[in-house]
Design a protein around this ligand. Structure first.
Ligand SMILES: NC(=O)c1ccc[n+]([C@@H]2O[C@H](COP(=O)([O-])OP(=O)(O)OC[C@H]3O[C@@H](n4cnc5c(N)ncnc54)[C@H](OP(=O)(O)O)[C@@H]3O)[C@@H](O)[C@H]2O)c1
Length: 175
């Protein structure tokens, strides 16, 4: 069992615009059967955790239809409305307190930190982030939601080209 941050990013290290738009990303070319693509990654995942903005983006984008089957935790200080019939719950506070429940729910599979970057940083701060997978789109945004706003040392484990994307898989080096 491991905990991974898997995300796409602009070349200059933003995962969304300041207005939480992903238009720059969704217009890119990717082979979903190709290396390091989402469908293969998703098969290894047993539980998800995400911040409130990411959850709200998914809800807007999918028009309220929840697409994930795995148990999901949404970190928020608010009483957000949850999708009907979905295995989603709200949590707040230290990610170290939430992590054991994620691991238990994942039943031997991996945990996916969906985003945003600071949530991934909170897991790294707690020594709970094992890998960072980034699909770099050939776009610069200049500003926006940061990829991973921490000082971390990482080891490059794997890289690939998939369509427009430069994909990297990195191991977080513990200090
Ligand atoms: N490029 C990609 O592949 C990709 C992947 C993931 C996300 N995204 C996008 O990136 C953007 C990320 O937005 P973001 O930077 O604002 O990050 P976010 O992590 O999605 O949301 C941040 C919010 O989560 C809540 N939160 C975070 N940690 C918490 C904790 N420990 N306890 C309680 N609440 C906590 C807070 O919201 P409240 O205080 O309001 O509750 C905080 O303002 C979104 O637009 C998302 O759609 C892109």
């Amino acid at each position: 069992m491991a905990t991974h941050f898997y995300t796409a990013s602009s070349l200059d290290g933003f995962i969304a615009t300041a207005e939480h738009s992903l238009d720059w990303l969704l217009s890119q070319d990717i082979d979903l059967e190709g290396p390091m693509a989402y469908p293969g990654f998703e098969k290894t995942i047993g539980a998800l955790v995400m911040g409130a903005s990411t959850f709200e983006w998914v809800m807007r984008h999918e028009e309220g239809v929840w697409g994930y089957t795995q148990p999901t935790w949404v970190l928020t200080h608010r009483d957000l409305a949850l999708p009907d019939g979905a295995d989603v719950r709200l949590a707040s506070g230290s990610v170290a307190e939430v992590h054991p429940a994620l691991v238990a729910a994942a039943q031997g599979k991996d945990v996916w930190v969906v985003g945003g970057g600071d949530v991934a940083g909170q897991f790294a701060d707690a020594g709970l982030l094992d890998e960072v997978w980034v699909q770099y789109a050939p776009v610069t945004l200049g500003s926006g939601a940061p990829l991973l706003p921490r000082r971390l040392d990482l080891e490059l484990l794997e890289f690939a080209r998939n369509g427009s994307f430069l994909c990297g898989r990195y191991r977080v080096l513990r200090r």
